[in-house]
Design a protein around this ligand. Structure first.
Ligand code: PLP
Length: 258
């Protein structure tokens, strides 16, 4: 069995963050482990508070896992502080996991900042070069690249920019682009592939980014190549969105199928 580690924030409502990652891992038949970077108080209506875990405790969690257990892939989600990003980058250099999928989480769908503004630089300089695959949505790609992304050509430019910053591969997610489609662009510095995506009209999309990156890390750990891994992960998330759960009073979570 493959062993997957998520390094991310906790979502008390169970739809995103660590909780979504562990559900996605279970659904992919891999063994899930977690390093918690922050505890968020949130529900389907939004985030009300965040408590960051200290960098020392983040490092201790990572060391505890790696010193004992083989880790086949790491997924990194919400890491809001510069010091935490630094601690994680140092730990990755020490333990050298073979696959690192980084979801550069910046802001929740409800608009709550999940990355401190001064930490964006650290994310770009320290975490991005560790990424086997980076999975930004358009606002995240815009923050990383520093230009606005309004067309598919812009998405291709952003992908090239992110490879230039040191990620080995990037999946620029087109869900925020206007129009009928939600196509994503996968680029590894040599080959660029457009992956068609279906836009599903629903309110219940909480945790889609977390779920996609965890599904991707699972698929890569199981030996799929990049294109196969992305295609399968997109199919998993699309099904999850189609069966999104009307939980609470706001935006419900995607469904995980075990
Ligand atoms: N909370 C945590 C802990 C997260 O990691 C994320 C996203 O990665 C979110 C909330 C945001 O989820 P969404 O934007 O899907 O509502």
């Amino acid at each position: 069995m493959k062993h997957l580690l998520t390094i991310a924030g906790s979502d008390s409502s169970g739809g995103a963050g660590i909780q979504a990652d562990l559900k996605a891992f279970a659904a992919h038949g891999v063994f899930g482990m977690s390093v918690i970077t922050a505890v968020t108080a949130q529900n389907t209506c939004g985030v009300t508070a965040v408590q960051d875990i200290t960098p020392e405790i983040i490092t201790a969690q990572i060391d505890a896992v790696f010193s004992d257990i083989r880790v086949d892939a790491v997924k990194i989600g919400m890491v809001s502080r510069q010091e935490s990003i630094h601690a994680i980058a140092e730990a990755l250099k020490k333990w050298k996991p073979p696959i690192v999928v980084v979801d550069p989480v910046m802001i929740s769908k409800s608009g709550y900042p999940l990355l401190q503004p001064e930490a964006c630089d650290a994310l770009i300089k320290e975490l991005l070069p560790c990424a086997t695959l980076l999975t930004p949505n358009l606002p995240e790609a815009e923050s990383i690249c520093g230009f606005s992304i309004c067309t598919e050509e812009d998405m291709e430019k952003a992908a090239a920019c992110i490879i230039g910053l040191g990620a080995k591969a990037v999946l620029v997610k087109g869900g925020h682009l206007e129009g009928e489609r939600a196509d994503d662009y996968l680029y590894d510095g040599k080959n660029g592939t457009w992956l068609p995506g279906e836009r599903i009209q629903t309110e219940h999309t909480h945790g889609t980014g977390c779920t996609l990156s965890s599904a991707l890390a699972s698929n890569l750990a199981k030996g799929m190549d990049l294109t196969e891994a992305v295609t399968a992960a997109k199919a998993y998330v699309t099904t999850g969105i189609r069966h999104g759960i009307a939980l609470g009073h706001g935006h419900g979570p995607v469904h995980h199928f075990v």
